[in-house]
Design a protein around this ligand. Structure first.
Ligand code: ADP
Ligand code: ADP
Length: 239
């Protein structure tokens, strides 16, 4: 069975913009789907819809089945449990997602503590392990976001996304804000970790070549719809 099944998803913002206009996609457990398309075609809206992180004025219809459960009709309490623990999202520009006034270790630990996945002591230990998994010394837990480079901050976001052992990670332009050399390092890290931990990946990028390197399957969006979908190499070669 597929881990994620999206059926006829439509998203209209309160402004009247129909950003997603009938999308069908599936991701099997442990597989990697790339979503490409030019700016404004609805990629980020799709990512945010997966965890209902859109503004409350947005109207969503269709189905988003995560492990058979519809995210769109899920009760609030269940949705809270699914966020971070069922699926996590890594956004571009970690500075937006990290809180400037809290130590990074406390931020990585937060989903663990909120979801009662760990006692404070166990969480501290897990934060050290997670930091090492993303290539940072455990002692960096006491650093503040501004003390890290952009690439290191994005590694912290990946650690946070992994904290509650989700089955799915959605990466929305996870490396766009970084230098080209660092982009490749962070992408390889993310790819290696999701593969090792058997986590499904939905990776969003405007860069088809990056997705073709990382993902098994590729979907290309245009004006709110998927206009091309198939094995990554086929879609890339046809483009
Ligand atoms: P992409 O990620 O592919 O660049 P987006 O999902 O960000 O595309 O945007 C899709 C469309 O929805 C665009 O027309 C954009 O202007 C619009 N849009 C995005 N976010 C909002 C919002 N919060 N309110 C109103 N319209 C939005
Ligand atoms: P809050 O300030 O209440 O955390 P947010 O809008 O940042 O509000 O997040 C709403 C909910 O979504 C919270 O439960 C938060 O933990 C969860 N959440 C936020 N970002 C992510 C993410 N990247 N991945 C998974 N869940 C997230």
């Amino acid at each position: 069975m597929s881990l994620l099944t999206i059926r006829d998803l439509r998203v209209t913002y309160g402004t009247g913009t129909a950003a997603v206009r009938g999308v069908d996609l599936t991701v099997a457990a442990g597989r990697k789907l790339g979503v490409a398309g030019e700016s404004g075609c609805g990629k980020s809206t799709l990512a945010l819809a997966l965890l209902r992180l859109l503004p409350p004025t947005a109207r969503l219809t269709g189905e988003i089945l995560l492990d058979g459960e519809d995210v769109l009709t899920m009760k609030w309490g269940r949705l809270r449990a699914v966020r971070w623990a069922g699926a996590s999202i890594v956004f571009q520009g970690a500075m937006h997602s990290l809180n400037a006034v809290h130590r990074i270790g406390d931020q990585i630990a937060e989903p663990l503590l909120v979801h009662r996945r760990a006692t404070p002591n166990a969480a501290r230990e897990r934060v050290g392990t997670l930091l090492e998994q993303v290539g940072l010394p455990a002692a960096r837990a006491s650093a503040y976001p501004h003390e890290l480079s952009g690439g290191q901050r994005q590694r912290v976001m990946i650690a946070m996304a992994l904290a509650c052992e989700p089955r799915l990670i959605v990466a929305d332009e996870p490396t766009t804000a970084l230098d080209v050399m660092i982009q490749a390092q962070v992408l390889r890290l993310l790819e290696r970790l999701v593969t090792e931990q058997d986590i499904s990946l939905v990776m969003i990028s405007h860069d088809l070549a990056v997705l073709a390197d990382t993902c098994d399957r590729l979907a290309v969006m245009y004006a709110g719809r998927v206009v091309e979908e198939g094995p990554a190499r086929d879609v890339y070669d046809a483009a």
